[in-house]
Design a protein around this ligand. Structure first.
Ligand code: ARG
Length: 399
């Protein structure tokens, strides 16, 4: 009996060619697994194509709920944003794809795992580090890294083997999509000195063409998890879908950045992530209302570390879990409503309420209700400033 290899399958040309190439090169049975994490696609068509091009078994896994509950809620708790701009939707989904792949591999008694990533990107790392953590005994095949075919040779290979080649793609771009965001790469985008062409964007209207009147959305959070929009309770997947539509219509969530990959290459990236942008804005705003200062500041450092770990593919690691335990503790008071104003490409939290609000009007006001005893600040500043005073008296450094 032939050994079995489970391939992370997208239905595209690379992974379709990979099915045949792996079967021929390694003399194994290939099982294709496509995972639905919220990209709207014809998954039955993808499943059928997997079998048509030579997989012994082709499987589609709907992991949208899991992506929301196990990954996106944690991303929100940690305000996941890489290099101040990228909401990391690709990085966030990879461990889940690999996790599903390993589950199928165990179910079918497979000994090999494969993915279609090239040797230049972050995704190969994310897949393989996850395989290493979840199935250290399994061997890995990375066809696109091994086969050394040019695009033209790949198309020839596909034609020789009866693998359908998409007729002249509608756009010259390469994209990756799930419910948390959408990326656009290749073509003219690879020249960072040029503004991105208008036709690169597909989830969002241009901010210039967005409506002249703002749209307001009220997001309700319970312990850091978004649970309702404009007062209507909603599951996470539907809530994100709605915000992608509303945000996209207002030109919200476009990102145009230079990014540092883990493998050392800088790349120019375009992203569209309306729902993630709105939810992160709302979530950070609510945290600023309910978290105390020390927790807020310490958490920012932890967020940076958590983000790096997720970007680097270190999801299934003890430190990520330990940091998540910290994040989870901080989310306990993050309950309340935030109103976000969407206007010509911007998403701004403009109003917020919470039963756990730490804002005290009688302390903050400069009006008649003021109860704060300003005299008590004097002694505080005297001691707080004492080290500076001592340095000055001893060294005369700043005098
Ligand atoms: N640069 C981003 C990342 O590494 C997005 C990558 C999307 N492109 C892709 N080929 N998967 O997470």
């Amino acid at each position: 009996m032939a050994e079995k290899c489970v391939l992370a399958y997208s239905g595209g040309l690379d992974t379709s060619v990979a099915i045949r190439w792996i079967a021929e090169t390694y003399d194994v049975d290939v099982i294709a697994v496509a995972v639905d994490v919220g990209e709207e696609r014809d998954y039955e068509g993808i499943r059928a194509k997997g079998e048509q091009v030579g997989a012994v078994e082709s499987i589609v896994v709907d992991a949208k709920e899991e992506f929301f509950s196990d990954y996106i809620t944690r991303a929100l708790a940690a305000n996941l944003t890489y290099e101040r701009k990228y909401v990391c939707f690709t990085a966030l989904a990879r461990p889940l794809l690999a996790q599903e792949q390993v589950r199928v591999a165990r179910e079918y008694g497979a000994s090999l795992l494969a993915h279609g990533c090239t040797g230049k990107g972050n995704d190969q790392v994310r897949f393989e580090v996850t395989y290493a953590a979840l199935a250290p005994e399994m061997r890995v095949i990375a066809p696109a890294r091994e086969w050394g075919m040019t695009r033209e040779q790949e198309i020839d290979y596909a034609e020789e083997h009866g693998i359908p080649v998409p007729v002249a793609k509608a756009t010259p771009y390469s994209t990756d999509t799930n419910m948390w965001g959408h990326s656009i790469e290749c073509g003219l985008i690879e020249d960072p000195s040029l503004e991105a062409p208008d036709d690169a964007w597909s989830w969002t209207v241009s901010p210039q063409e967005a409506p002249d009147e703002p749209t307001y959305v009220k997001v309700t959070f319970e312990q850091g998890v978004p649970v309702a929009l404009d007062g209507v309770a909603m599951g996470g997947v539907a809530l994100i879908d709605t915000l992608n539509q509303v945000g996209g219509a207002n030109g919200v969530g476009r990102v145009n950045m230079m990014e540092n990959r883990l493998v050392g290459i800088k790349s120019r990236e375009l992203y569209e992530a309306p729902a993630a942008t709105i939810l992160l804005e709302a979530h950070k705003d609510l945290e600023s209302l309910v978290l105390d200062r020390e927790t807020t500041h310490f958490k920012q450092g932890m967020e940076l570390k958590w983000t790096e770990m997720v970007y680097y593919g270190l999801w299934f690691t003890p430190l990520r879990e330990a940091l998540d335990a910290f994040m989870a503790e901080t989310q306990k008071p993050v309950t309340g409503d935030v109103t976000v104003k969407l206007y010509k490409g911007t998403a701004e939290a403009v109003a917020r309420t919470s039963p756990n609000s730490l804002y005290d009007f009688s302390l903050a006001t400069y009006g008649e209700e003021d109860v704060f005893d300003q005299a008590s600040s004097r002694g505080f500043i005297e001691l707080f400033g004492l080290p500076a005073k001592v340095v000055s008296m001893v060294s005369k450094k700043y005098q």
